[in-house]
Structure formats: C-alpha cells, structure tokens
Design a protein around this ligand. Structure first.
Ligand code: SF4
Length: 694
C-alpha cells in the first residue's frame, strides 16, 4: 500500500509500459479512482489519458455481468453452471467427433502471466490440442525471432528504460510513443537534454518525429533497405568496431557483403529517403559514444519483419553497440503483457519458460511439473493467422479470451467469416466486443483492478497488478473459468484459482528455461518495484541488463544474420496505386474494446479516418472531412479524409481501433513472415475514391 491507507498500488491495464498507478475506492458506480503513484520508477507518476481514465470500464453499466448463451439466434442471459456445462460439453463433443486438434484456443498479449500459463496448460493438458496461439503473434513476434537468432535470447529491451537517456544516439524505427505510450517520451527528452541525438524513422511526421533531430520518412515496407543502406555507409566510412566484431560476434563477412551490395543511391531510390539524410543518420549514430536502435511495429509487422529487425541488429553489432552499458538493440513491446505473454506457453510452439514444444528435454521438464506423461503433450500448432484461417475447417470449436480479432486481425472480413463458420465459439471477455457478439457463449470475466496477477513489462521487469476492488456479482475470473472447465473435462486438479498458486507453479515450470522466473515471488516484486528475469533463485538479484559478459548462444557470441531487401508482399500497381499503413492514436488502445467505451477517450478520438497528403487529395478531388472509399483487394470501407502534410504523398494512414466501415484491418494483408509467421499489417496497396454526397 502507498501513502494513503485506502490506496492500492497497481498498474495500468493497457500498454507494455505498465505504468504504476494507485486506485482509491469511491463508493460510486465507478468503484475506484486513478491516482498518481510517483514511486514507481518507470513512469514516476505520469499517466496518459488511457491510463487515467481506465477505471471507467469497471462500472457495471460499462461491461458484462452475466454469462450469455445463444438461443434462437440471439445472445441471452444464462446461469454460470449452464454456460460452463454447455462449453465443456461442446468442446468435448467436437474433440470426440473431429479429433482433439479440432478444438482451438486463442489467447492474448494482455493476459497476466498466470492466465497465459494456465491457458497454455489447459490446451495441452485438459484439451490436449495443438491448436493454440495468441494475438501477440500479430504484435512482437518478428522482433522476438530476430532477437533470438542474433543474441540467443529474446527479451524486448535488454536494459531498463532508464538507460535510454544515458546513450548518445537513439534510432527509433516505426514507433510513435508520443501517442502510444506518452510517459515513455520523457526518456527521449532526457536523452536530448543530455546532449544525445534522436533519429526517428517513420513514413509519417508523427508527434514523436517532431521531437527528433532527424526524421527519415521511408516508404512503408522499406525499412530493411534503409538499415542495409546505413550499414553500407558505416562500412564505407570505416566506422565499424572491428575489435567488438572479432571478440563477440560471428558471421560478419557474409553480412558485410550483403550490406555492400545495397548501394546508398539504390537505397535512396527504394526508400525515398534522400541520400544526405541517410549520411546524416549514419554520422549521428557513429559519432555517439554508445547508441541504441529501438524498433516497434513499423519494421516488425512486415512479411519480412524478422529480416528487417535483423538488419537493424546488424547495424548495432557492426558498430559495437550491443552487450555493453548504455547501448544496444531493443524492441518496444506493445501489448500490456506482450513480453510475459510470449514466454509462458500460449504460443503455438512453446512451453513455459520460453521452452520449445519440440524439445524433448523441455517436454519432460514441463510434463513433470504438470504430472503428465511427456508423450501426452501435443506438438507445435499453427500460428495465429493460420489458426484463424482454419476456423470452420480443421478447427471447429474455439475458446477465445483476451482478444478481439474481428477488429485486430489482418484481412478482418475474412477472419470474421471464419469465426462465423465455427460450429461453436466461446468468448471470455470483460465487454461484449465485436468478436463476442459472434459467440455461442460469452463468459463475463474480471479485469485488471479486480484480480491480482503478474505482468512483464517492456523491460523484462516482472510487476504485480494488485486487486483493488471486488468484481461485480455475476463476474468470475479467467482462472476460475479455466478451473471450472478443466474440472468438467476430467482435470479437477492442476488449475488453481488463486493467482499466487498459479505463479508458484509457473516459477517451477520456467525453472532452468530461458525466461527463468524461479526466483521471483510476489513478495520480492512488491519489495523491489519489480524483478527482471532471468532470476533463477530467490538469492539471485534479477537481470536488468543482459549480454554484458556474453550473449546467450552457446559460444557466447552474437550472430550477424545476412539479409537482403525485397519488396512488400503487395506493392502498389495501376489498380491499387497507394500504400496503406496503419497504427494507433493517443486516446484509443488496440481494438478499442475497452477504450471505445470511455466517454473521455471517445471525445478525444471519436472515430476512424484516413489520413492523406494534400497533393494526393488534390489529385483525387478530395477535401478535408470528405467521405472517401478506401478499396483494396480484400474489401472496401468508407471513412472521412483527414488532410495533412505530415504523411508521404504516396502513402495513406488509417488507425486500426474501429470495426465496420472504419476498419483498417479489412484491408491489411495476411502475408506472413516466413520465420515469425507475423502478418504484414504495415504495408498493403489500396486506391481511394471520393464518395459522392447524396
Ligand atoms: S502509457 Fe501505457 S501503461 Fe502508461 S498509462 Fe498510458 S496506456 Fe497505460
């Protein structure tokens, strides 16, 4: 507890910064108010509008408070026992009729570690299905794959955010924290106050780009070429760190050759970034005493996202900016538990502790913790989009929690059709999301302030969300739902409803794995403002900074990965001549399932729009505010035009928080990265058509 007796110290329900906040009871319909928690080091009391208004969704009138079962075509209130019996019966019947893999599970990057862990266990032990993945596949998986192959370990940031102002130069690629996580911006401001420089790479001159010393605005889908061009310039100018390369890396010769094949003049033509700006970026990066590259969804959500991130990591390795203090590569994770959610078993190929499902030793370790035969564990399953694409075919029944793919999945119209084609869909959620509206059964579950659990923020810091208020009558926790369903499926033991018991089991399951939580306890988290993994024993101090002595590959060296630029999966052509890119706005979060129910946020960001340059608008005969049809190979939407010179004339931008006519993801391309299986949200081809007013 903090200074005020009635205040509960906890964390924001939304993004990966996991800002500390306090909650005070109000006695009103919104049962708590959000107050500052200045002592938490990451945000030091600062919150954005999403966090400061988060309590609004706790009001009973803003959310679901009773299970719903579809009868005569409509969702109608039902008793919990009736709903749970129906779910268990239908999941069991589907497995009996079509095989275990016909039952799918879809999780989310916002689930606590305890929920993600038990959801994976539920799939592998209670359902024995391989068909599980989660929406984090859409969010960070390319950076995770590239980090693993370069460093032998994926942790979004291998250092605390407090190190950022201590470096000399940051290249921020495809990230707009001024809107997505505003309290983070203080670290960028401090960097510049300390004499460091900020380079922002984004097709739009965002609020973050406005803060930069240099803004590079490449065409969407060309970040890989940009990184190769910078590495070419670094090599040509003799700015590589040969001692670091020799002592701490392997694979430089092939990577050097690949970069030297990408001439800066060619990179200028591909990216649209003028050569003098490329040279200036390379100079700022190399002149700094220590530098960082931080990527986010821009370079990662591409059909070549893993190679794109590898190209940026190569730039860091070639200049000695890795494995030493105040320098290195990091990924700014997006979802609240984007980091922990990818470590503990809800991913298609993974067991807790970042273990691999196809590793016999990993299977044996986790099976022993779970008290099952290793051979009973299913093998790896399909990635998120491939799982959604298989609905109604191989997968006939789906249990979905913590996700709203009708809004957030690529090719959203197709995904909606697949969801409709299921024999049975059950959705656990706080609100009646667009996906829950399609369900056969909707289970109303508790949310952030109503239950305790751990999250792992973008730094790899495991933090504790504390319960501050009881959930309304009629609402159960996700852990209670999994326990009840597992019991009905013949597994009365092994699915604790107490989050701390679940966490203690997670610690044992993760022990010895890459993401080792064995030494982390609720008590330590509370006493230390979070504990950084790996933390293999109670005596271990945790690991705020990775790789200072050695990288995590067996030989201790980082791996250069030679990569080549290639075009986006769908380039503009005569029929669809404009590039569409997507992203977030300040006052909405992800699919908007929660934030679109908050009046203050809707007032600030009331609806969808398409952002375009006045030169493009002139060619189309479109004025600011006109309705415009956006047409792609996957659909047609109509939305107001917003004119701005802050975007490239060959590119349009749509925020992705809305469904229906304003949906950006109707258009996004499900072309998958071959390594991470992440879809290409950030670049597809569209045409714009003025809509005549009747
Ligand atoms: S920056 Fe992220 S964690 Fe912090 S208040 Fe805003 S949404 Fe919440």
């Amino acid at each position: 507890m903090s200074n005020a007796v009635a205040t509960t110290d906890t964390h924001c329900p939304y993004c990966a910064l996991q800002c500390g906040m306090g909650l005070r009871p109000t006695g009103g319909a919104v049962p708590v108010s959000v107050v500052e928690r200045p002592g938490f080091p990451v945000n030091q009391g600062a919150l954005c509008g999403k966090g400061s208004n988060a309590a609004a969704v706790l009001a009973p009138g803003a959310r679901l408070t009773t299970p719903l079962v579809r009868r005569d075509g409509a969702l109608r209130p039902a008793r919990w026992e009736e709903a749970l019996d129906l779910v268990a019966d239908r999941l069991a019947a589907t497995a009996a009729a079509y095989g275990r893999d016909a039952v799918g599970v879809f999780g989310g990057g916002g689930l606590t570690n305890e929920k993600a862990y038990l959801l994976g266990k539920f799939a592998r032990v209670a359902l024995r299905t391989s068909a599980i993945d989660y929406n984090g596949r859409f969010c960070m998986s390319s950076a995770a794959a590239a980090g693993t192959r370069a460093f032998g370990l994926d942790r979004g940031l291998p250092f605390p955010v407090a190190d950022i102002p201590r470096t000399g130069c940051v290249i921020l690629v495809g990230s707009n924290p001024a809107e997505t996580m505003p309290p983070f911006v203080r670290y960028l401001r401090e960097l510049r106050e300390n004499g460091g420089t900020l380079v922002v790479v984004d097709p739009r001159r965002t609020r973050t780009a406005e803060l930069a010393d240099l803004h590079l605005a490449p065409r969407p889908g060309t970040d890989l070429a940009l990184a190769l061009g910078l590495l070419h310039l670094v090599v040509a100018d003799g700015r590589t760190d040969e001692a670091f390369i020799a002592e701490r890396t392997t694979g430089w010769a092939q990577t050097r050759a690949a970069a030297m094949a990408h001439w800066p003049e060619h990179v200028e033509a591909v990216t649209g970034v003028p050569l003098p700006q490329l040279r200036e970026a390379a100079r700022l990066f190399c002149d700094a005493d220590g530098a960082m590259v931080l990527t986010a969804r821009g370079p990662e959500q591409q059909a070549k996202g893993t190679d794109t991130v590898s190209a940026w990591i190569n730039l860091c390795l070639a200049t000695g900016n890795a494995g030493r203090p105040n320098a290195g590569y990091g990924c700014l994770t997006g979802q609240g538990n984007g980091q922990g959610g990818r470590e503990h078993g809800q991913k298609a190929d993974q067991l807790p502790g970042y273990r691999k499902l196809d590793d016999p030793a990993a299977r044996a370790h986790v099976a022993a913790v779970w008290g099952v035969d290793p051979d009973s564990l299913p093998g790896p399953g399909r990635s998120a989009y491939e799982l959604l694409d298989s609905l109604g075919g191989e997968v006939r029944a789906l249990l979905l929690t913590g996700s709203n793919p009708v809004v957030s999945a690529p090719h959203a119209g197709h995904v909606t059709e697949r969801l409709r084609s299921l024999d049975f869909l059950v959705v656990s959620d706080v609100v009646l999301s667009e996906t829950a509206e399609l369900a056969d059964v909707v289970l109303p579950v508790a949310q952030w302030a109503e239950e305790t659990g751990t999250m792992t923020n973008l730094e790899g810091r495991v933090i504790l969300r504390r319960k501050a208020v009881d959930a309304p009558a009629g609402v159960r926790t996700d852990l209670e739902v999994l326990h009840a369903l597992a019991a009905r499926l013949g597994h009365g033991e092994g699915f604790p409803t107490d989050p701390e018991k679940a966490f203690d089991e997670l610690r044992r399951a993760s022990a010895g794995g890459a993401a080792d939580y064995a030494g982390i306890s609720y008590e330590r988290i509370a006493a230390e403002d979070g504990v950084f993994w790996p933390c293999p024993s109670p005596e271990h101090p945790g690991t705020p900074r990775l790789f200072l002595e050695r990288f995590a590959h067996p030989d201790g060296r980082a791996r250069f990965v030679p990569v080549q630029h290639r075009p986006a999966a769908e380039e503009p052509d005569a029929q669809y001549p404009v590039r569409l890119t997507t992203g977030r706005v300040l006052a909405q979060y992800q699919s908007g399932a929660q934030t679109r129910r908050v009046d203050a946020l809707n007032a600030a960001a009331p609806g969808p729009y398409v952002e375009l340059h006045p030169l493009l608008a002139d060619r189309l005969g479109v004025r600011d505010g006109d309705q415009v049809a956006v047409v792609s190979r996957r659909g047609r939407t109509v939305t107001p035009a917003r004119l701005t010179t802050a975007i490239r004339p060959d590119t349009v931008f749509m925020p992705f928080h809305w469904a229906g006519e304003g949906s950006a993801n109707i258009h996004t391309n499900p072309a998958l990265d071959p390594v991470s299986r992440m879809p290409e949200f950030k670049a597809c081809a569209v045409r714009l058509e003025p809509v005549a007013v009747a």
